[in-house]
Design a protein around this ligand. Structure first.
Ligand SMILES: *Cc1c(COP(=O)(O)O)cnc(C)c1O
Length: 489
């Protein structure tokens, strides 16, 4: 029996996994969720011997049930190959007896978005074929910095697709920006939006629910899909690495099979941590999920008070991929908690009209946050003590985790989900390590970080500042729709 997906907001059209992946978002603006979260049908004991690819198959087959084994294995093997700089794909690294980092930055764009965006193009192409979609698929993506590049890499020159990425002028790192504006590929398009990430994401979501525009473009031979974590094809592949981290913790003798563990996840759009929640409900022994925020601590306040309120200043931090006030995937979590599409539609209505809502959560997820000063201190302390360099996002999680332990005394073994290579944010990482680096040129920072750390500059960003800039459009938020229309005439 296929698992069917439905909108969190009550649209009555149930779709298969492959249809949900093609559509990206439901017609009523809701997000697709599985009717029920499937339980694992393999023995947990067995995963300690699985490769990443095998584990991916075992997990994905439970959720993406309308894909055949052959299709899934093709997608998995095409995604998780030498594009990653380690055959482990997602290694757990433990610089001391207490800290365990699940490094999700060994892919082509050196951030965790590669985990899902390496496979999404294959899942999508396969889905289009299965469902007889003949139009060209246009991937529209708003990015806080990392999704954009990972999606561009994933979709560049993929036949039958075009990709358009919007990034906020305010608030992506220099390396992130260079990665995007130098992107090659005849089907790629990158534009900067005046505003912040929420502005970009909201404008893109509006396009997805603009039925007139969709009809017009269908005439021209195009359909939209999304590479953002609102797409279930992003979420499902992320579940895999929670199981994989657990297996590595067992293999390293840090836990016994069956023991519960905690995960601390640096959170923005709530997609990464939501995959951890799915893993838990599929049967992974998880005690707590600790949701770490930066100074934009809407989620922390929400988990503390039950009140989600975006009426506050948007703060540009040193962890730009987490500078988000409207965390899209929280909607899915709310749905799973209350099981009521009416309730979700109501609170999402309140969010768009008043910028806030009330909702009672349970204690499966705990919120924590770290200020910029705490984040910097965390990078420095761990580097001085153990020589391990964290990027600024991972450091938000590490600082949050340390605060959580200090407050609760919870000594359950913990895995910190490490979402980016320190090289992606080298300038701020160096500044954290020593004030003498304040003001260093972002590209010189790469060489300097290589000099003081034990890891070399990752190949994907070596010499990035000398590459040719191919995309330099900057548009107003209000021009987004006409920009897309012009592009797809
Ligand atoms: C996207 C991103 C995050 C946040 O992940 P979400 O799934 O949006 O919560 C954290 N760190 C880095 C480096 C990212 O790129």
């Amino acid at each position: 029996m296929d698992i069917m997906f439905k909108s969190t907001r009550g649209d009555k059209n149930y779709v298969t996994a492959s249809q949900a992946i093609v559509k990206g978002i439901a017609d009523d603006g809701g997000l697709y969720v599985p009717e029920t979260i499937p339980a694992i049908d393999f023995n947990l004991e067995d995963i300690t011997g699985y490769s990443y690819q095998e584990l991916a198959y075992q997990v994905l087959k439970l959720i993406l049930t309308d894909y055949t084994e052959e299709e899934l294995r093709y997608c998995i093997n095409s995604a998780y190959d030498e594009k990653f700089d380690t055959p482990k794909i997602a290694p757990v690294v433990s610089p001391n007896s207490k800290d365990n980092f699940l490094e999700l930055f060994h892919g082509k764009t050196i951030a965790f978005k590669d985990m899902a965006l390496s496979i999404l193009p294959y899942l999508l192409k396969t889905a289009a074929k299965k469902n007889g979609v003949h139009e060209e698929i246009v991937i529209l993506t708003a990015t806080s910095g990392d999704t954009g590049k990972a999606a561009l890499e994933g979709f560049a020159d993929v036949e039958g697709t075009q990709i358009i990425v919007f990034y906020p002028v305010e608030g992506v790192s220099d390396v992130q920006k260079m990665q995007m504006v130098t992107q090659k590929g005849a089907n790629t398009c990158v534009a900067a939006i005046k505003g912040n990430f929420d502005d970009a994401q909201t404008s893109v979501k509006q396009i997805f629910t603009d039925n007139q525009l969709k009809a017009e473009l269908k005439e021209n031979g195009y359909v939209f899909s999304s590479a953002n974590s609102i797409n279930i094809g992003r979420l499902a592949p992320q579940i895999v690495y929670y199981f994989y981290a657990y297996a590595q913790m067992v293999n390293a003798g840090k836990i016994n099979m069956g023991d519960k563990i905690n995960f601390t996840v640096p959170t923005g759009n709530f997609g990464d941590i939501l995959a951890g929640y799915y893993a838990k409900h599929m049967g992974l022994p998880v005690n707590k999920l600790i949701c770490a925020s930066n100074d934009n601590k809407v989620l922390y306040d929400f988990f503390e008070t039950g009140s989600y309120d975006v009426n506050r200043e948007f703060i540009l931090t040193v962890s730009p991929s987490m500078d988000i006030l409207i965390s899209s995937n929280l909607e899915r979590f709310l749905y799973h908690l209350c099981n009521s599409t009416e309730k979700v539609a109501e609170v999402m209505g309140n969010l768009s009209s008043a910028g806030k809502y009330e909702f009672k959560t349970n204690d499966e997820i705990t919120g924590e946050y770290a200020t910029m000063a705490e984040t910097f201190k965390s990078i420095k302390d761990l580097f001085d003590k153990d020589g391990y360099v964290m990027d600024t996002h991972t450091a938000v999680a590490k600082a949050s985790y340390d605060k959580y332990v200090a407050q609760t005394g919870d000594n359950t073994p913990n895995v910190i989900v490490s979402t980016a290579s320190p090289y992606k944010f080298a300038k701020d990482v160096l500044k954290a390590i020593d004030v003498k680096y304040d003001g260093i040129n972002p590209f010189e920072a790469l060489d300097e970080l290589e000099r003081i750390s034990t890891i070399s500059i990752p190949a994907p960003i070596k010499g990035i500042n000398t590459r040719e800039v191919l995309h330099n459009t900057v548009i107003d938020r209000s021009e987004l729709k006409s920009f897309v229309q012009n592009k797809l005439k």
